[in-house]
Ligand binder design. Structure first.
Ligand SMILES: [Zn+2]
Length: 451
């Protein structure tokens, strides 16, 4: 038998859960995610689940719950995080921890990153449980819900900790995560992203050395000058262009749906030697151009400088910290090989933090299902694979061999400014968009886990 949710009631229910979650202050640091995990656990328990709240440290609770399927296929993980970044209430139109509704939007820190998904994924767990209890055939895959702590500070007390300490609770073949599902427009065409790749980070320290001395006699081996020159080269020189599967498919899919001359300009970008000229020709804003630069190369952004303490003394060392980001397929040695030519004499590079890049197949049963479902909900739009320049909890989960896709669909309502609300003032999500997410993901999960 088939069973269909009563969508109007579901819309009210998911909004209520989001409001409740927004009212729990899980600003990280310090986090206090246990309060959110307990909320989710209470709701799940009331519908017959046996959720676990696992604390990695006092107050740092992670929630895991499972809906058993027939076991014919491997589990699907619905993953999200409950922590949020700090808010500055004085800059908000409505209180960031109020969960208030105004003008058709739910307002609050975490409304798009990512308590919206926490509410939606909770709702999916409830719906599939109710569906099973109504006598519909069970899913072929277990559905696992993980609401982790600490994502905004690296996830080491959240998803990373779960992978290390409770891998069997969250082991899955596929996962749905944040990082994609956003709409955008080019010309007359609307696109939605499904994130298949994520850059890794390879942060490093530059140390310049030279002879110290009195500043009244200039020296050619001044550590400050060596450092400054290296920092300027690193900051101003684009590294070589590389195309991963995701970016190739992203560009070709967009090109196929565009008219001339945009189509040709995009296709020309796929030739590394023409990339720069072609990207300049596209009728797109500077922010998007920068994004295209960042997804087609490794990058290194200088952010912190330390040198000298007295104006009349040449110091013997000067250091800089640089935020490096690497494409899927690159390791530290390959990245170093691209940076080495930019280092001045007397300057050493030492890697300090490393998070691996990752890429899931751009053709897979889950990606195909998402495309199929989106074609039904948004027939005019095209789904494209995308690469995230930042990192999410996916970097931890892939250690279990899981294929992670970023897809928490937000309805494209023609307003680009709503996409950049994560971590910003006045973060909010439209009530329409929240129900859209729930309906799309319900269909994705039903189809993907049900057959
Ligand atoms: Zn997030």
């Amino acid at each position: 038998m088939s069973w269909t949710p009563h969508w109007e009631a579901v819309g009210d229910e998911v909004v209520r859960h989001l409001q409740a979650l927004l009212r729990i202050d899980t600003t990280n640091p310090p986090g206090n995610e246990t309060a959110a995990a307990e909320y989710l656990a209470r709701v799940l328990r009331s519908e017959g689940f046996e959720p676990l709240v696992l604390e990695s440290a006092p107050g740092r609770g992670n929630l895991v719950a499972r809906l058993k399927g027939t076991g014919e296929r491997a589990p699907l993980l619905l993953m999200c995080h409950t922590d949020v970044v700090p808010a500055e209430p004085e800059h908000w139109s409505y209180p960031p921890f109020g969960g208030e509704i105004h003008d058709g939007f739910v307002w609050g820190r975490g409304a798009v990153d990512m308590k919206n998904s926490v509410a939606v994924e909770l709702m999916l767990m409830l719906l599939f449980k109710r569906r099973q209890e109504a006598g519909a055939p069970p899913l072929k895959r277990d559905l696992i819900f993980m609401a982790a702590a600490d994502e905004e500070r690296g996830g080491h007390l959240g998803a990373g900790w779960l992978v290390d300490h409770h891998p069997d609770l969250i082991r899955a073949e596929y996962a749905i995560n944040e990082g994609g599902g956003y709409g955008f427009q080019l010309g007359q065409k609307v696109y939605y992203t499904c994130q298949t790749a994520e850059k890794g980070y390879a942060r490093f320290r530059l140390t310049a050395r030279g002879e110290p001395g009195h500043a009244s006699v200039p020296r050619e081996d001044n550590a400050v000058v060596r450092l400054a020159e290296t920092v300027a080269r690193i900051g101003c020189t684009p590294l070589p262009t590389h195309f991963t599967d995701t970016v190739c498919r992203y560009l070709t899919t967009i090109a196929e749906t565009q008219d001339e001359p945009v189509r040709s300009a995009i296709l020309r970008m796929l030739h590394p030697e023409h990339f720069m000229a072609a990207v300049e020709q596209l009728p797109i804003p500077a922010t998007w151009r920068r994004q295209l630069m960042a997804i087609t190369r490794n990058t290194a952004t200088p952010t912190v400088l330390h040198a000298g303490s007295k104006v009349n003394v040449i110091p013997s060392t000067a250091t800089a910290r640089v935020d490096g980001r690497v494409l899927p397929g690159f390791d530290r040695e390959m990245f170093y090989a691209e940076l080495e030519p930019l280092l001045c004499e007397g300057v050493e590079l030492e890697f300090t933090d490393w998070g691996p890049p990752l890429e899931a197949p751009v053709e897979s049963p889950l990606f195909d299902t998402i495309r199929e479902v989106m074609a039904e909900h948004e027939p005019e739009a095209t789904l494209v694979p995308s690469m995230l320049t930042g990192a999410t909890d996916a970097k931890h989960i892939v250690r279990l061999g899981t294929r992670v896709y970023g897809f928490t669909p937000l309805k494209w309502e023609g307003d680009e400014s709503l996409l950049s609300l994560a971590h910003a003032h006045d973060e909010r999500v439209s009530v329409n968009s929240l129900l859209f997410s729930t309906r799309v993901l319900y269909d994705v999960v039903e189809r993907f886990a049900g057959r």
